[in-house]
Design a protein. Structure first.
Length: 297
């Protein structure tokens, strides 16, 4: 029987944590590209890219994304997935007329403009709590439709980031039924973000099992678990037939009290995959699994 191929996503940077928290987080285009290449060599087939400004704060500036994407592509054929979530500071924040902080919708849309094969699509409105501040990320039903429609027009595959069952059963289902993505769909369950995101679910084996039971026909799934849940959730995802994501965006530590780097996290999950009799997918194999077009020569 052929070995089962597993898509390993590396999320090297994110839009929240800083080098003060872990100096191994790559934030500038050259260091992101170099870090991603090392993770690709270790077995990653997808990279979830967040962009940062020169001061390390978050941005979706398409020129910055394009610089990162081109540097990565010059090194390897890993699948590039740009964020439309952005982050919780820098260019991404604006203050509304009532004084409430909001992640800028206009800035988020810029994440679609840098030629990535995939982009994240968060079909949810949440309030994030960071450093004593409440920050609204408004992805209303109409905004979900706008994101999905723009991705379809540009030939971008959505990665549906689902924080709770309602996100899957409401907007994801509605948009799939409207024909705004084609199977195989790629759904990323984000668990363990409940301490910082209103409406998010903690990780537990039962919660992940329940969410997997709800996936639509023709979908692949991936799990992003935050903090110490990352390894446990990744193992469960493998056992349930899913794929895995690791990286400093989600988890700053290798073990309690020991800061990680991205390559270590990829190497560990690749060891687990192989111990289970599976094999990490190459980027071309991952494209086939996800229904992406082959990379042009």
């Amino acid at each position: 029987m052929a070995e089962r191929k597993i898509i390993v996503t590396i999320a090297p940077t994110g839009g929240m944590a800083s080098k003060k928290q872990n100096p191994n987080i790559p934030t500038q285009p050259a260091e992101i590209a170099e870090d991603v290449y090392r993770c690709y060599e270790a077995g990653a087939s997808v990279v979830a890219v967040h962009a940062r400004r020169p001061d390390d704060e978050a941005t979706c500036n398409p020129a910055t994304y394009r610089d990162i994407n081109e540097r990565i592509r010059a090194k390897c054929d890993i699948i590039i997935n740009n964020s439309t979530g952005g982050g919780i500071n820098g260019d991404m924040l604006k203050e509304s007329t009532d004084g409430f902080l909001e992640i800028s919708w206009e800035e988020r849309l810029k994440g679609l403009e840098a030629g990535a094969e995939m982009c994240t699509l968060d079909p949810t409105t949440i309030v994030a709590n960071f450093e004593g501040r409440e920050i609204l990320m408004n992805t209303s039903p109409e905004r979900c439709r706008e994101l999905a429609s723009k991705m379809q027009d540009k030939g971008i595959k959505p990665e549906w980031e689902v924080f709770s069952p309602t996100h899957l059963l409401q907007d994801v289902t509605r948009l799939l039924e409207a024909g705004l993505d084609e199977p195989p769909y790629f759904i990323n369950f984000v668990l363990g973000a409940d301490r910082g995101f209103q409406g998010a679910m903690p990780y537990s084996p039962k919660i992940l099992q329940d969410m997997v039971d709800l996936i639509p026909e023709g979908a692949n799934f991936n799990v992003s678990a935050i903090g110490p849940s990352q390894l446990n959730a990744a193992l469960q995802s493998l056992l349930l037939g899913g794929h895995v994501r690791v990286g400093l965006e989600d988890n700053l530590y290798y073990e309690r009290g020991v800061l990680a780097n991205n390559v270590q996290l990829v190497e560990r999950i690749v060891r687990v995959i192989r111990e289970l009799g599976m094999e990490p997918a190459t980027p071309d194999e991952a494209r086939e699994i996800m229904g992406l077009k082959p990379l042009a020569a």
